[in-house]
Design a protein around this ligand. Structure first.
Ligand SMILES: *Cc1c(COP(=O)(O)O)cnc(C)c1O
Length: 400
């Protein structure tokens, strides 16, 4: 195991499938907002595992919960009752619109479960022809066949025809287009409250309220994919709270267990009742180890002042990025919500990300031209200032 980064990269080339164009960085240890690679180089992490490490790397409460549970019971089966899973379901339901939870292992699986539940409810209630789901252009819902079909991005879908039948895409943040797409065969609408992979697209304040009304008018199930924006990212536990509405079904994953893999699909009783024994399942979903980690993570988000902090630090980060952006002509816009902030560029951002790596800063570019900042919600002002100084140096170099 005592190999340097270059040796790991060579072995990776030999044995790992190339589904990712990986950067030549080998993180081996993390703490808070910092990572260290196999050569001992330190990085300031403003990607946080793509909005997964909301509590920073190796949060002591999550580490302690995993240690204790791992030594007690790692896995049994969903044929039995699992106390940690039950407690997690109660915690999520009592802090949201939802009545019941289903647990799985990833965001794609959570969305897969939401799609199946919407179809099953609609079939039971209205008959088999009512199965169409409206989703948004530039959305991202996962990499399984159903969620690829739901995703509104050609680059995710191409090569995998035939896609799953029954998805229709409309422009995001356009309630009229959505209303016009509803037919007697529509059963649900599925949206990210704020689009992440699509380029940090924050809708107008009244968009989700209009969608809610359209859903109510036509008896459509409103599904919100909060896989990326849930768990405090926007300064509320769930992003839809920022828009004053409640969905019927919500999906969660990324930050739910402080870095441990888990997914959840939450629903109102009326819909949840459609999942009867044998209609859906997951071997690992909600197992003792992952739900113990999630319990610690969710409790920490709720009890340790993480949400007001995300609001405060989100405003600080946004202000600093706006100040910085105003000095460079190729920065078009800074937009975001809470601690999910995008810097829109008029040039591709890939080079800036690579220069960041050289200077010990982990950043991400999405949609080619949008620098995405999703640091841990525990990020400090000093860390934001440090990031801004590094980024300033990079932008000056790019301009020159
Ligand atoms: C990351 C993401 C997913 C997919 O989650 P996986 O755990 O990678 O399957 C789905 N929806 C949104 C909004 C995401 O950001």
């Amino acid at each position: 195991m005592n190999m340097n980064s270059q040796q790991w990269i060579e072995k990776s080339d030999k044995y790992i499938m190339k589904t990712y164009g990986r950067y030549p960085i080998v993180p081996v240890r993390g703490e808070g907002c910092r990572l260290w690679d196999a050569d001992g180089k330190e990085y300031l992490d403003f990607l946080a595992g793509v909005a997964v490490n909301n509590l920073g790397h190796c949060h002591p409460k999550v580490v302690a919960a995993i240690r204790e549970q791992a030594a007690t019971l790692i896995h049994c089966s969903n044929y039995y009752q699992i106390p940690q899973q039950i407690e997690l379901a109660e915690l999520l339901c009592t802090n949201s619109f939802a009545d019941k939870a289903f647990f799985c292992n990833s965001g794609a699986e959570a969305n897969e479960a939401a799609i199946k539940l919407a179809r099953k409810y609609s079939r039971d209630t209205y008959g088999p022809q009512r199965y169409e789901i409206i989703t948004a252009a530039e959305s991202f819902h996962g990499r399984t066949m159903a969620t690829v079909s739901a995703t509104g991005q050609e680059k995710v879908q191409r090569f995998f025809d035939p896609l799953l039948h029954g998805f229709k895409h409309v422009p995001f943040n356009d309630a009229d287009a959505l209303a016009a797409a509803v037919t007697p065969d529509t059963c649900a609408v599925m949206l990210e409250p704020v689009q992440g992979e699509g380029g940090v697209n924050v809708p107008s304040q009244d968009y989700l309220g209009k969608v809610r009304r359209i859903c109510d008018e036509h008896n459509l199930i409103m599904i919100l994919d909060e896989v990326q924006v849930g768990m405090g990212r926007t300064g509320r536990l769930f992003a839809h709270e920022r828009f004053g509405i409640e969905p019927d079904i919500m999906t969660l994953a990324k930050a739910l267990a402080g870095g441990a893999p888990i997914g959840a699909m939450l629903a109102r009783d009326r819909y949840a009742a459609a999942f009867t024994p044998g209609t859906h399942g997951s071997t690992f979903g909600g197992n003792p180890l992952m739900t113990a980690a999630a319990l610690a993570a969710v409790r920490t988000i709720l009890e340790d002042g993480i949400l007001p902090r995300a609001v405060q630090m989100g405003a600080y980060l946004t202000d600093k990025l706006k100040e910085l952006g105003a000095r460079y002509p190729f920065v078009k816009e800074v937009r975001g919500i809470g601690l999910m902030v995008g810097m829109g560029l008029s040039i591709p951002g890939g080079d800036i990300v690579k220069k960041g790596h050289e200077r010990g800063l982990l950043l991400n570019v999405t949609h080619d031209t949008v620098l995405r900042f999703v640091p841990p919600l525990t990020v400090t002002m000093q860390e934001v200032d440090e990031m801004i100084t590094i980024l300033d140096g990079i932008l000056a170099e790019v301009e020159a």
